[in-house]
Design a protein around this ligand. Structure first.
Ligand SMILES: NC(=O)c1ccc[n+]([C@@H]2O[C@H](COP(=O)([O-])OP(=O)(O)OC[C@H]3O[C@@H](n4cnc5c(N)ncnc54)[C@H](OP(=O)(O)O)[C@@H]3O)[C@@H](O)[C@H]2O)c1
Length: 287
């Protein structure tokens, strides 16, 4: 699995595994735990979760599934809800997450989304405490625009290593997140220029990208890859970008993992950027 590495040496595998997403997918925890175990056996080593996913239920089954893996090989990420960004709430939220995960630390701790009602300086002070206490190794943010990212960095002595944002072929410019800058002209270049990883969430647009499309089909034939692999590879062919597709299906887990290890030609990355149809932004939004 190829990785994207920062100057500090911090890295993320190009393809990780999402565990949040569509609440209408009624798959039980046991089934999801089994899928996660299969994913770990296949070689997934970056698992992305969050305190809010099924009210902590996802962290619980992730904690059970990762017991079989050498912890030093795993990049375990979780997120603090935007409702818990006051100092004491954030510390308590991380303690609860670690309890559910059965872990003494996470590798990456995200602020799940900004909350304008709580001073960012207070939140970042709490994030520093979490690092000082050894509960997290690295700090990250999610759904942050450039202004907020600059502010967040100015309030912490620790480097913010990643910004997790919605980014896929069909959602290239504007995202669902409130107040988010345009992605390709602002937040992504900012991260690339400032040695920050972009973790692209919803990378197959929850399946919509896998519908027939002439350009995608032409490229699938050219590279001998599936539509999903072209869509995922389009993300990771770009500097500093990794991604975290979610899947509970064996065949999709394998297919997504095999989207790494090769790259689209630069000209095809740009062709898709120019010509793949943008999807109209719907109003759904949940973390
Ligand atoms: N930071 C945030 O605010 C935020 C917001 C949303 C999501 N996320 C994170 O990002 C992760 C991914 O986003 P997402 O789950 O919303 O969307 P996604 O990964 O784009 O789509 C997941 C859906 O696509 C299907 N799928 C995946 N790979 C496939 C393939 N190769 N072929 C056909 N279908 C495929 C999956 O079904 P099967 O199970 O059948 O494969 C699943 O229903 C989440 O799990 C979560 O960890 C973060």
């Amino acid at each position: 699995m190829n990785q994207k590495i920062l100057k500090s040496g911090f890295y993320l595998p190009e393809i990780g595994l999402g565990t949040g997403g569509d609440p209408s997918k009624a798959v039980g925890y046991e089934e999801r735990k089994k899928a996660l175990q299969i994913a770990l056996d296949m070689g997934y080593r970056h698992i992305d979760c969050a305190a809010t996913y099924s009210n902590g239920g996802v962290e619980k089954f992730v904690g059970e599934a990762i017991k079989r893996i050498d912890r030093s090989e795993l990049i375990l990420s979780t997120k603090v809800s935007p409702l818990n960004l006051a100092y004491d709430d954030l510390i308590e939220s991380v303690q609860l997450s670690l309890g559910r995960l059965g872990a003494s630390y996470v590798d990456l701790l995200y602020i799940h989304a900004p909350n304008m009602d709580i001073p960012l300086s207070e939140t970042m002070r709490a994030m520093d405490t979490v690092i000082d206490n050894g509960m997290a190794k690295h700090l990250a943010v999610s759904n942050f625009n450039v202004d907020l990212l600059i502010k967040a960095q100015s309030f912490t002595k620790n480097k913010i290593v990643a910004n997790q944002i919605e980014y896929n072929l069909a959602t290239r410019e504007k995202s669902h997140c409130e107040g988010c800058d345009s992605m390709e002209s602002k937040i992504i270049p900012f991260c690339q220029e400032n040695d920050i990883l972009v973790v692209a969430y919803r990378p197959v647009d929850r399946g919509s990208i896998l519908e027939p499309n002439q350009l995608l089909d032409t490229l699938s034939k050219k590279y001998g890859k599936t539509r999903a692999q072209i869509a995922l590879n389009w993300l990771i062919s770009q500097d500093n970008i990794v991604t975290i597709p979610r899947s509970d299906a064996f065949a999709h887990l394998r297919e997504n993992l095999d989207a790494s290890g090769w790259y689209l030609d630069k000209a095809d990355v740009e062709l898709l950027r120019r010509e793949y149809p943008l999807r109209e932004i719907k109003s759904y939004r949940y973390y």
